[in-house]
Design a protein around this ligand. Structure first.
Ligand SMILES: [Zn+2]
Length: 215
């Protein structure tokens, strides 16, 4: 399934499993490889990795990063498996205010906030809890907000074949808050609209209204 096997495949995982994010599973983060690197980082920061408070830090950081990137091991097909139900319902379905935490791939710092998803079913609906699970799988990896937004929308398009999909993400980025421009209250908003959400202004406006954003 994974066509991106390169000679280095054993040490390097593809940045994204597939174009839509509906990808094959990757190997988990290698905690044993991460630990000495964190010890080196502490040393390079001028710290003493052997001092009391830091002795277990490499182990803890390795575990934390495995958690932050666990989405690489989650297979969208598996998540969706058996969760589609035939239903004659052609009104908009919205799950809004889905909390997420991701890591900015430029600074390895968190960006986090809320994701809102809407879709118009095409003779079948998906179990509602699957939408947050898709957000979780695609956000728990190195990302940029724009790509995360597109990947969630495209994944739903691929998996549900709906009449339309809209995804809006509102996020705060620690790389903007605690470094660089140091703006504390800036929210980055990204959206990706497909099908009816893109073509019909009324549909788009209804979606934006229902997620609490004016059109
Ligand atoms: Zn950043």
């Amino acid at each position: 399934m994974n066509k991106r096997q390169s000679p280095k495949a054993s040490t390097r995982r593809p940045a994204r499993a597939t174009k839509t994010g509906s990808g094959s599973a990757c190997k988990p983060a290698d905690g044993n490889a991460i630990q000495p690197l964190i010890a080196q980082l502490l040393d390079a920061l001028g710290e003493d990795p052997k001092r009391n408070g830091l002795q277990k830090t490499p182990e803890r950081v390795a575990q934390a990063f495995a958690f932050f990137t666990k989405g690489y091991n989650q297979d969208i097909r598996e998540i969706m498996n058996g969760a589609l139900f035939p239903l004659e319902y052609d009104e908009m379905v919205i799950v809004r205010d889905i909390d997420f935490y991701s890591l900015c791939e430029h600074h390895l710092l968190p960006f986090f906030g809320k994701c809102h998803i809407g879709y118009i079913p095409n003779k079948r609906v998906v179990g509602l809890s699957k939408l947050p699970r898709i957000v979780e799988a695609l956000s728990r990896r190195l990302q940029v907000q724009e790509r995360l937004t597109v990947e969630i929308a495209e994944t739903l398009k691929t998996e549900l074949n709906p009449l339309g999909v809209g995804v809006v993400i509102e996020a705060q980025h620690l790389c903007m808050m605690m470094r660089g421009i140091e703006k504390q209250n800036t929210i980055a908003v990204t959206s990706h609209m497909l099908g009816g959400f893109r073509k019909q202004q009324q549909t788009r406006e209804e979606f934006l209204k229902l997620i609490g954003r004016s059109a």
